[in-house]
Ligand binder design. Structure first.
Ligand SMILES: Cc1ncc(COP(=O)(O)O)c(C=O)c1O
Ligand SMILES: N[C@@H](CCCC[NH3+])C(=O)O
Length: 452
């Protein structure tokens, strides 16, 4: 990662991003102005070399420990498409899915089902049937309704499946409250504090078809410290020990979820992946030694930290409006329909004018989206060159996670295209939607007919 100083404040360039001789932003050796000539805007661009670098950071962090079993399951909610899952497959990771749609995508991409872990707080019978038909690796059971439903379905099919129980460790991650998940008041998981998790473990252990392998917790997302992970591990192992003594529970797998923070703007200072993994492994070892438990396999589920920084969204600037003494708005041809995060979480991003990347960025502008919502603002205080105007190319950085995957059709705006770039080669990963795609499932109005 390197920095170009345009304002004195500095703008980070991620992965293979560079400013070429024409003063244009390039990614993976490809000029972004050439990219948009071919694929249009808005365009999600993924630097796949950077994705691989992030994956290797996880692998290397785990490989530094001897005698350790581990799995890295990419949380596909961050960004799931056939090409992305194929990249994950090629890199040998496991996969976390949370819906029938994500599971279907993974299977269609050809990922081995045994590497798939199925999450979700309200899995339907149809979704569980898809998972059982495919013989996926594990279901992470979230609640009693699911525990009973899965047992019943497995019994009817005479099929067994490995499960983990998702527990809520009562740990509040230091992050936006909308993306905290480990606190007691959460829709996810069995609470540890009030005995709910203990009842679930007991129930799962009496099951004839569910092989209880271990427990899972996920305390939140975009976390910049390691304490929350350490505390949740301490709490989980404390309970695992009690369950072992009381009813012979054996912790084979400890899944600590994802949530590792990334850089969106210069104020974000993410920790190296190694630091999180060291804390997770060392805390687990220490706590297991304290209770004389054998070391479980450690599973993690990074989403954002694998794909976030590798994504850049390219927009074309259009209308602008200057309100003297107040602000200048510059509108782009996308917005909350391709990136809901600023409106949903007040998330902050950095941007540059990609075709004027060497010009001084001395003018404050508010980058607005094109949706019919006052709140559709991508960046409130972007610093761009004074000359940046309609027709120019805007690149918003670090949009690889929860951008495309949370895109909507609000205002019937078609979803943007996605390209992957590496070593000067570009491949289209998702075609741009057309207006015809938007109305594909619409049916014309019919006269209402009585049903009796
Ligand atoms: C259970 C679970 N695992 C993994 C993730 C991935 O989180 P992140 O993208 O922050 O790594 C999430 C999302 O927060 C989650 O809910
Ligand atoms: N979608 C969220 C994070 C939630 C992840 C899933 N539990 C984000 O964009 O930050």
């Amino acid at each position: 990662m390197h920095v170009i100083c345009l304002t004195g404040e500095g703008v980070f360039l991620y992965g293979t991003q560079a400013i070429n001789g024409k003063g244009h932003l390039s990614i993976g050796g490809v000029d972004t102005t050439d990219l948009v000539k071919e694929f249009g805007t808005p365009l999600y661009v993924y630097d796949t070399a950077l994705i691989k670098e992030k994956i290797n950071a996880f692998k290397n962090a785990f490989r530094a420990f001897d005698n350790l079993e581990w799995q890295v399951a990419y949380a596909s909610k961050a960004f799931s498409t056939i090409a992305m899952i194929q990249l994950i497959d090629e890199q040998g990771l496991s996969l976390d899915v949370v819906s029938g749609g994500e599971l279907f995508t993974a299977l269609k991409a050809g990922l081995s089902p045994e590497r798939i872990h199925f999450h979700g707080n309200n899995k339907s019978a149809d979704e569980l049937a898809l998972a059982l038909d495919a013989k996926i690796g594990a279901v992470i059971v979230d609640n009693f309704f699911e525990l009973e439903l899965l047992e019943k379905m497995c019994s009817e099919r005479n099929q067994a499946i490995d499960i983990l129980l998702r527990v809520t460790p009562g740990v509040e991650a230091h992050t936006h409250e909308f993306i905290m998940t480990g606190q007691d008041d959460s829709k996810f998981g069995f609470n540890l504090d009030d005995g709910m998790a203990e009842r679930a473990v007991k129930q799962a252990m009496t099951s004839d078809h569910l092989n209880l392998k271990g427990i899972h917790s996920h305390i939140g997302s975009q976390i910049f410290e390691t304490d929350g992970f350490a505390r949740s591990i301490q709490v989980m192992i404390h309970h695992a020990d009690a369950w072992r003594r009381e009813f012979g529970f054996h912790l084979e797998v400890l899944n600590v979820g994802g949530g590792f923070g990334i850089k969106y703007t210069e104020s974000d200072q993410p920790l190296p992946i190694r630091n999180y993994i060291e804390t997770i492994v060392q805390t687990t070892r220490k706590e297991c030694a304290r209770y004389q438990l054998s070391m479980p396999a450690i599973w993690v589920e990074p989403g954002r930290s694998i794909v976030g920084e590798s994504g850049t969204t390219l927009y074309t600037a259009g209308a602008s409006k200057t309100i003297p003494g107040i602000r200048k708005y510059l509108s782009v041809d996308g917005g909350m329909s391709d990136n809901i995060r600023p409106s949903l979480y007040q998330a902050k991003y950095d941007a540059i004018c990609a075709n004027k990347a060497n010009e001084i960025t001395d003018t404050e502008m508010t980058l607005a989206g094109k949706c019919c919502e006052s709140g559709d603002i991508l960046i409130k205080d972007a610093f761009l060159p004074e000359s940046c105007t309609s027709g120019d190319l805007i690149a918003v950085f670090s949009t690889g996670a929860y951008g495309y995957s949370m895109a909507s059709h609000y205002n019937r705006i078609p979803n943007a295209a996605v390209v992957f770039i590496e070593n000067g080669e570009v491949s289209l990963a998702v075609r741009r939607e057309s207006f015809d795609d938007l109305i594909r499932n619409d049916l014309p109005i019919k006269k209402l007919s009585r049903r009796d």
